[in-house]
Design a protein around this ligand. Structure first.
Ligand code: PLP
Length: 296
């Protein structure tokens, strides 16, 4: 088994305040991933107070890195964290990829936390390791249940402190929802709002097909703007299909011709069952989507 590559991002934010990290210190450095580096007082660990991204690197190529950096910066802003230095994170990301032995698929995680309690200095690191092989799920698909997330569709504007739409480190709710799906005999979840709109999966965006039109729930619904969904739409548009980000009632999920969950590492997995009802799978298009998402 290969050893992950760890980069400590020692100058993670554009901090111009006096007394900030000496500009002469290296902005990042490689470290031994088998050694401890994180303080038990780090607010990322004790409160899940931070943001992250997981970036797919396919045969050395990271087609969505800019979109991930955009979302990383946007998430940090939603949490009132200082602005991540794009330049430093991009260079640290490239260094992590270059330091890892070549593999088919690398999953590179970027993490920025509020830092050690009382120190007012964010903590940042990047971990690069081989991505899990999801080739079976891409063909066999997933069984999905819809679960109420408990917030209205407009929660991002009415209650921004709930941080909907930020990719925070607090994924305990997302993993609890997946455990609930398993208790119900399924594999994954599509969240709905308390007032009946389709949102997203705990770790993926939702894609629907109705005839020649493909849609995804709009990011205005307090969900993550998916980088994979965006790339999938680029292909679908190239193929001549219509695409759109919309508000969908949960009842429309059942009427869709086909459904997918899409995300960076798993790519496009077809939904084969929704709330116990079988869904049709477009195997050819799914294969085409996955091929494209591994390359673009
Ligand atoms: N929505 C949530 C809640 C996620 O956690 C993720 C990815 O982890 C996505 C959507 C899909 O995002 P991306 O396609 O950028 O991986």
């Amino acid at each position: 088994m290969s050893v992950p590559v760890l980069i400590l991002v020692t100058r993670p934010v554009d901090d111009e305040s006096e007394g900030s990290t000496d500009a002469r210190t290296a902005p990042f450095s490689q470290a031994d991933p088998t050694q401890p580096h994180l303080s038990v007082l780090d607010l990322g660990a004790t409160r899940g107070d931070g943001v992250f991204e997981t970036v797919m690197v396919s045969r050395g190529d990271a087609p969505a890195i800019d979109a991930h950096l955009d979302r990383f910066v946007a998430s940090a802003e939603l949490l009132d964290l200082p602005e991540p230095s794009r330049e430093v994170w991009r260079a640290a990301f490239d260094a992590a990829v270059a330091a890892h032995p070549p593999v088919e698929l690398l999953a590179v995680k970027l993490v920025l936390t509020r830092g050690v309690e009382g120190q007012d200095a964010p903590t940042g690191w990047i971990l690069a390791q081989p991505g899990r092989d999801f080739s079976r799920e891409r063909v066999e698909g997933v069984r999905v249940v819809t679960l109420d997330r408990g917030y209205r569709h407009d929660v991002a504007s009415t209650s921004p402190w709930l941080l909907q739409g930020a990719k925070t480190l607090s994924y305990a709710v997302n993993t609890a929802a997946i455990r609930e799906a398993k208790r119900r005999g399924a594999d994954d979840v599509i969240f709905t709002s308390s007032d009946g709109f389709v949102l997203e999966a705990p770790t993926a965006s939702v894609l629907l097909r109705e005839g020649d039109r493909f849609t995804t729930p709009s990011a205005e619904l307090g969900i993550l703007p998916g980088t994979t969904q965006r790339r999938a739409f680029a292909l679908l548009e190239e193929l001549g299909y219509e695409t759109g980000a919309v508000r969908l009632r949960s009842s429309e999920l059942g009427r869709a011709d086909a459904l997918w969950l899409v995300s960076s590492i798993r790519r496009a997995v077809p939904v084969v069952e929704l709330d116990g009802v079988a869904k049709t799978v477009d195997r050819e298009l799914t294969a085409r989507l996955n091929e494209y998402l591994g390359e673009h």
